[in-house]
Design a protein. Structure first.
Length: 84
């Protein structure tokens, strides 16, 4: 993400509607910060297929355990990013 990082992007989201977040990074230096921000998982690039499958299972469990109703959201049309 050239102009903003994942943590900055998360800070722009409403805490009441925070999605489940899995960070995918090349380095482990931000893993602790990710979990402090309530990330569900932290995957290192290149992502191993088995590891990705475990992250998806964790997401499925979390979605199944939530008491909050799933909010009907409009389809995502844009993600803030910059390209050259």
């Amino acid at each position: 993400m050239p102009l903003i990082g994942g943590f900055e992007f998360l800070s722009m989201l409403d805490e009441e509607e925070m999605p489940l977040v899995v960070f995918v990074k090349a380095y482990d230096e931000f893993a602790i910060k990710a979990f402090e921000e309530n990330a569900l998982d932290y995957l290192l690039k290149p992502v191993d297929g088995e590891r990705l499958a475990r992250a998806v299972q964790r997401i499925k469990r979390q979605v199944g355990e939530t008491e909050k109703p799933v909010l009907p959201l409009p389809p995502l049309k844009r993600i803030p990013c910059h390209s050259t």
